[in-house]
Design a binder for this molecule. Structure first.
Ligand code: 0WD
Ligand code: CA
Length: 380
């Protein structure tokens, strides 16, 4: 089929390279053997406190307390009188991860001891959430993305740029949507204890500034990855397994009442849940199913390694191998495109559903995201 150059109406054609310079997201192209994905290893962690301050430790770690199977948790409780919401108009970019790298550099580079280089020994540094978006791209039909990439000392840093559509959505959320975003955090509060020997405190304040993040290292094909992701809680039994195998991801979802709802849950929601937890090697997802009034009516555990079997009966369903191969090919594409090693140069990769991934190059622009303190620190 003849393929035309895609122009967004009203935009500058110079910003849209022909598709031959892009990367296709068609599923059929990625249906091959599952690529190498090494068991992710936790190399560190950090915490963000109620004021969004960084700590190079696990002080915000929480512990999983198994709930009743039919708990009747009221997720609306505390909205809005016991709720402190993170300001999501503040764009933190990679700052917390970069801070972690500066403090923990010695743990990372083995190469520097044998050569004069003091590079990081990884090909990519990013948030887990950005990789989740890449994994789900071949199946995404609604939301596009923009990812800024900078090559610095032979490591490629990937940081998301909010799309215009995402900004409009964030600025025009309905009151109902705002409240439903709270429900997920409230569910966490019913299930998580602050310490090994305490119980969850549903009477406390929900503060979404607080976070515990794991930093993991792994390899996808020939791409060495270092990324961080927020972890909801861990198993209390420390003898059971070391992180990330002890981590538990918490989710809420609408109660499933019809076969159509079940099919949609398998085809769309389980894809996102699988991708997010598979990446850092989190083995368990505990899901609370809630009714329209925000009451959790049932709780179910999903084992991440079993999700791909669970969905195999769905017609035209997603495949983990397509997700991983697309991500691997995208990272190869980035390595080929982003060749200039310069902390102020940004290669901006953009994607919209039913289009190819394209890129533009920006020098000393508002897209530059590596802070001076990081560049300075890493140059010493
Ligand atoms: O664009 C982003 N996603 C950015 C994320 C830009 C700058 C910073 N962050 C960081 C924050 O420091 C946060 O602590 O996001 C961290 C979480 O990163 P992640 O694990 O890579 O993100 P993701 O996997 O998308 O989300 C994990 C959880 C979410 O839980 P659910 O169950 O809904 O997936 O992190 C929360 C949310 O609770 N979350 C965020 N927290 C702070 N800032 C953000 C965000 N932008 N997005 C999701
Ligand atoms: Ca969660």
């Amino acid at each position: 089929r003849f393929r035309t150059i895609h122009h967004q109406s009203g935009s500058d054609p110079v910003q849209n390279p022909p598709t031959s310079q892009g990367l296709s997201t068609r599923r059929e192209l990625y249906e091959r053997d599952f690529p190498v994905y090494k068991q992710p290893v936790e190399v560190g962690c950090f915490s963000l406190d109620s004021g969004r301050r960084f700590f190079n430790d696990s002080r915000q770690m929480r512990y999983y307390v198994e709930p009743d199977r039919n708990p009747n948790f009221d997720l609306r409780d505390g909205y809005t009188d016991r709720f402190t919401k993170r300001d999501d108009s503040v764009k933190e970019k990679l700052d917390h991860i970069l801070r972690w790298i500066v403090v923990n550099r010695s743990k990372l580079n083995s190469r520097s001891t044998t050569t004069s280089s003091c590079g990081l020994d990884v090909d990519f540094v990013t948030w887990r959430g950005h990789l989740t978006k890449l994994l789900t791209t071949p199946y995404e039909t609604r939301e596009g993305w923009s990812l800024a990439v900078t090559r610095f000392r032979d490591t490629l840093y990937i940081s998301e740029v909010e799309t215009e559509a995402a900004r409009r959505e964030r600025e025009n959320r309905t009151e109902r949507h705002e409240e439903m975003m709270y429900w997920g955090y409230k569910f966490e509060q019913y299930i998580c204890a602050d310490s090994l020997h305490s119980s969850p405190d549903p009477g406390g304040v929900v503060n979404t500034n607080e976070a515990f993040c794991t930093v993991v290292q792994t390899r996808l094909s020939d791409h060495r990855l270092l990324f961080s992701g927020e972890v909801d809680c861990r198993d209390k039994d420390s003898s059971a397994s070391a992180p990330p195998a002890s981590y538990v991801e918490l989710k809420t979802s609408a109660e499933i009442c019809t076969p159509k709802q079940r099919s949609n849950f398998h085809r769309f929601k389980l894809l996102k849940w699988w991708a997010q937890s598979f990446l850092p090697g989190v083995p368990r997802i505990v899901a609370g199913f809630r009714d329209h009034e925000g009451t959790v009516v049932s709780v179910e555990t999903f084992h991440v390694s079993k999700i791909s079997h669970l969905i195999k009966n769905e017609y035209n369903c997603w495949k983990p191998t397509v997700c991983m191969n697309f991500c691997s090919d995208f990272l190869s594409f980035v390595k080929c495109v982003a060749v200039e090693d310069n902390p102020s140069v940004v290669y901006l990769f953009c994607w919209e559903p039913r289009r190819d991934v394209t890129y533009t190059i920006h020098r000393d622009s508002h897209y530059s995201f590596l802070p001076h303190w990081f560049v300075q620190e890493m140059t010493n």
